[in-house]
Design a protein around this ligand. Sequence first.
Ligand code: PMP
Length: 452
Amino acid sequence: MSPERIRADATSTFPRNLDHPEPSIERGEGVWLYTTAGEKILDACSGGAMVSTLGHGAQAVIDAGVEQAEKIAYMYMDHFTNEPQERLASLLIEVAAPQMSYVRFASSGSEANETALRLARQFHVDRGEADRWRVISPAQAYHGATMATIALTGRTRTMHGPYGQYLSPHLHLKPSTWRFDPSGAAALEELDRALGEAGPETVSAFFCEPISAAALPGYSPPEKFWHGLAERREAHGFVVCFDEVVTGMGRTGTWFAYQQLPIVPDIVTVGKGLGAGYAPISAALCRRHIYDAIAAGSRAFDLGHTWDGAPQSCAVGLAVVEALVAGRLVERVRERGAALRDQLAAALEGNRLVHDVRGRGFLLGVELVDPRDGRSILPDEMQVADRVEEVAFEHGLLVGSTHSNADGFTGDEVVLAPAFTATDDELEMMVERLARTLAEVESWVSSRLVRA
Ligand code: PMP
């Protein structure tokens, strides 16, 4: 282990994993990261959490934040609105989400999703349907770290853990993946069963990512599922909330991923790419009928976090939208995405650890399986996703990975989610380094499985 790694017993910060000493980041430039130990790493996951869509060091965005801070950085939205907030809300609706009508800002993805949950509930209560509170959502999901958002996944082992008692008993569907439900028919049957079990008049919302990020990278249910969901919304009166914390702001090649699907959500959230790593800003957007019900009812949606709509965060958000428009970056993601996926699939061809390379735009996922049969989930204790991250780092590459094997819905997965500003050469380097990483991990896994 390099001496430059920060160990749990040598720091006052409380690390996430006490057994994983961490390198320390010093600076970033575009898609390149520099550690305090002098390492140079290629960032293939936009700051590691699919956030930094404009790369590191985007000067115009930094300048916009500084300029606003010089005027006024912070003011609580209960006392004043502000010009950056007003302009950003209008621009989001005009440019990014014309199907939506109102925007409520927050700081994190978890907060935006809680806002969506509460907005859905308030909508029903104000229409006189106070029994509606339950949520139905896919089990293999991630919607945030708070108790309300953890309850939205059915990953009881890896996400609920010891917090089960704090969580609302929502209902979950198995994912419509090749393993369980390639056509989407089984998920619709499960949805009908869940509606029947709960009583459709108690269901507030169906909550999901239109194209999954960390939980099932690059996956979207088959077309049939979306049509079926739209029919059931019409029949039963629940609302559809899409979590676009990752996919919003261009990640999949359209401003919002729902724009590629045959269904428009009633409420949609956006997070990471809205501040692109230059400010913690997120939002819940809703269609007019959601607002109208509250306008005709209680006339209040009384939820406020301290930083909601703060001038500096909104000025950063504005500069991000402007940079995406000026650089035609959403178009670039759309035009370049399919070729990137093909390049990755070609580079991984023949690797027996890899079952599937999928995704849209600059959100690609690689699903790993047991090389002995090409389909089983790898043994949980092998922690292959962690191994991928470690080996990638040795190859000078930062990728994301997910290890939710214990839940039984899917195995180890790798996420490639570059900045939209990455050049063709940089994208090629990412693919090449990831292919070398996965070849090395395949040998490591195979030798261990043979010995076992
Ligand atoms: N939804 C999705 C799809 C996410 O990927 C994340 C973050 N990984 C969140 C919600 C939560 O966002 P935050 O960590 O900013 O609260």
